[in-house]
Design a protein. Structure first.
Length: 118
DNA sequence: GTGTTGACTATCG
DNA sequence: ACGATAGCCAACA
């Protein structure tokens, strides 16, 4: 219901932080050995077209985060960071350690790696 | 307030 | 399969 009063800056900031929290919560729920796309993470977090928000939230994670950021890849089944970059190699190494394999094109080798929630 | 940016994505040729 | 395009939305200059 419209209360007539516009949301304050503080309320907007709080809403933005809650969106980020939901995104992190969803990512944290991705099982080991599975991957999820940016768009799917956003959808599970209640954001219809929030793929870029997921990307933004991940890009700004602290180095020592416990969130499994490496289980999030793009809708093409490929790692989103530039190939050959430091983050790219680390993400691929971490996924491989969980059993997620890639083909020569840089895409995950099996559709069964995808996770769509529970 | 306006314009640009980006770890995105669906669609088209 | 692949590159170009347009749509998307929060943060930033």
């Amino acid at each position: 219901m419209a209360s007539g009063t516009r949301p304050s800056a503080a309320e907007k900031a709080q809403a933005a932080e809650e969106r980020r929290q939901r995104i992190w919560q969803v990512i944290h729920a991705i099982p080991s050995g599975r991957v999820c796309s940016y768009g799917m993470v956003a959808r599970l977090a209640g954001l219809a077209n929030g793929a870029r928000q997921t990307a933004w939230a991940l890009r700004h994670l602290p180095r020592d985060t416990k969130i499994p950021w490496f289980r999030v890849i793009n809708s093409q089944g490929k790692i989103a960071m530039p190939e050959g970059s430091r983050g790219y190699r680390e993400q691929r190494r971490r996924l491989k350690a969980e059993g997620v394999t890639f083909n020569d094109s840089g895409r995950i080798s099996s559709r069964s790696f995808w996770w769509e929630g529970d």
